[in-house]
Every structure is written in C-alpha cells, then in structure tokens.
Design a protein around this ligand. Structure first.
Ligand code: DGY
Length: 319
C-alpha cells in the first residue's frame, strides 16, 4: 500500500505527478492557507506532510497525527515548526536550504539598491506627474559603491550577498554567533560586535534564522546606534526587528530608510503603518520567488518525502 501524503497548498501539476509516483496524495487545492481545522483533520491518517511556512506545525498538530513520519516544509526557515516535539515523537522534519540561496541573495541586493536609490519613490513620482524638470537635488539617494555593509548573520544567503557586495567594492563587516576566519580572508571582511556593526554600517542587513533568542534583536536601543543615513534591510524573518521601534525611527528620520521582505505577522494589511512611509520599501515575502527556484524547492520537498517514506535519509534534514 502506498503511503499517504497531505499537501497544504495548490502546487504545479508536475510536482503532484511526482508525488503520486510513490504516494496517495490529498491536497488543499487552493492558493490560500489551509484552514486549521481541515489541517488537523487531514493530518490524522497521513504518513507525510508537505507544508509551507504559513502553517503552524505545533504540538497540537502532532497530537492529531496518528502515523506521521515526516514533515517536509517548502522553506529554509523552520521557526513555524516545533522541531523538538517532532523529534520526541520520532518524526523527521526537512527544509529546503541551498536551492534558494542565490535567488534570496538577489532579492536582498535588489532591496539594498532600491532603498538606497529610492526606486519605488522615484517611479511613483513619475507616474504621479510630479516630474517637471531635472533638478540637482531631486530624489537623491545614498551611494552603494564603496559603502559599508554590515551583515548580521553569515550563513549561506549572507555569504551570497557578500559575494555581490564585493562587486560593488563595499567595505564588509559582519556579526555572527561564530567567527568565520576562512571567509574573512576570502571576502576581505571583518568580524565585529553588534554595536560596532550598527554604528559603522551604511547598510545593516539582517540574515539570521528566527528563534526566541533573537526576537527583537534589533530594537529601539540598537536602531539608536545606527547612523542617520543608514538603511536597514530584513529578508530573514520579521520577528528579528521590533517593527514599532523601526516605524518611529523611520518616521523621525533617525535612520534613512528600510527594505523589508518579511514582517512579524504576515500578511500585513494596507493600513499597516510601515507600508505608509515613503522611506520604506515593503515586499510580500518574495525572497525565494523566482519560478525556477520555487520549483526546485518543491522538488526537494518531494525528494525528502520519498526518501523518508522509503526508509532512506532525507537530503536536507532539520532533525
Ligand atoms: C524560507 O524559505 O524560509 C523563505 O523565507 C521563503 O522562501
């Protein structure tokens, strides 16, 4: 008998076809999150779960799952999953690192450039009919070439951002749980404490996984240390930055701009204060959103499910 898998979102047909070669598949075939009560019902009798970062995979869910062997998430971040509880119950958890590194680094760099050069504001200026003449100080931004980039985190995606920053002759400093001496010489960058990084950087780029220990790592006190001309970029997880403190700092021009792809509670509504400041570029969590990468992520999830359900080790295990 084939193992049963539940898929929590509509996916490309090619992905479902692959899943069906080794399992019996049921799907929440909508492009909206599966309602909690449906998920709790569906998880009861399945062996594998294909889920997204929009689902809470918590103790309550595991209590409903009578034969679950693997939770395969289509994301690199897994802060939505109670991994300890899964481990206690002998359930494997997998994620999708690697395949999304370059695409997420591209988006991070795009935010660096778009905030520094005020691209969204400038485009709106033109569309709103405000462009009457060329003017010396009109829509002036910050230089990227040669500026100081402070990386918080030095994992795969951060390293891919650093590679791009080298091409822009940026002066790179970083703060991370552990020092990476081999990367320091490779990318000519320096390790600093967090305060020094905040004080010296023109761009502060947050790229660490979320956990309770780093909740609001960047709060009022940390933002106060930043230069008035500096820009904060967050393409990691919203909870790392205190959004209320950030809003006030941006409104009062205590820092110059921010580029945010992630929020503490997603999705945010149109009246969310940060969306209504001219010096913020806000995106709907699209870091890994290229067609090719999203397909690679989905296919990696399929491979992980197949491996665990046939008794092999998954390619990218979390526990
Ligand atoms: C992840 O994978 O964790 C990103 O946030 C979405 O691709």
């Amino acid at each position: 008998m084939k193992p049963k898998i539940y898929v929590t979102r509509k996916l490309p047909e090619s992905v479902i076809t692959k899943l069906k070669t080794f399992s019996e598949v049921s799907i929440w075939n909508e492009d909206t999150p599966v309602p909690r009560e449906v998920l709790l019902r569906e998880v009861k009798e399945v062996d594998g779960l294909f889920c997204l970062l929009t689902e809470d995979i918590d103790k309550e869910l595991f209590m409903h799952a009578n034969k679950l062997k693997v939770v395969a998430s289509m994301a690199v971040g897994f802060n939505n999953i109670d991994v300890n509880e899964a481990t206690k119950r002998g359930i494997r958890v997998t994620n999708t690192p690697g395949v999304l590194t370059e695409t997420t680094a591209d988006l991070t760099f795009a935010l660096i450039m778009a905030t520094a050069r005020r691209l969204v504001e400038a485009s709106d200026y033109l569309r709103e009919g405000k462009w009457k003449t060329w003017s010396p100080m009109q829509l002036t931004g910050q230089d990227i070439y040669g500026a100081t980039l402070g990386m918080i985190g030095m994992g795969r995606i951060a390293q891919a951002v650093v590679k791009r920053a080298r091409g822009f002759n940026m002066n790179i400093i970083y703060h991370n749980r552990s020092r990476k001496p081999e990367l320091e010489s490779k990318y000519e960058m320096e390790f600093t404490d967090l305060s020094t990084l905040l004080k010296e950087s023109d761009f502060v780029c947050v790229l660490i996984p979320y956990s309770l220990e780093v909740h609001h790592l960047i709060g009022e006190k940390e933002i106060e240390m930043m230069k008035n001309s500096s820009i904060l970029i967050n393409t990691a997880r919203g909870g790392i930055v205190d959004e209320v403190a950030l809003y006030h700092a941006l409104k009062n021009k205590q820092i110059w701009a921010a580029g945010l792809d992630v929020f503490e509670k997603e999705p945010v509504s149109v009246d969310y204060p940060l969306l209504n400041l001219p010096n913020v570029i806000t995106l709907p969590h699209i870091g890994s959103a290229s067609k090719g990468t999203r397909l690679k992520m989905a296919n990696l999830v399929v491979e992980n499910l197949q491996r665990v359900l046939t008794g092999e080790s998954p390619l990218t295990a979390v526990n």
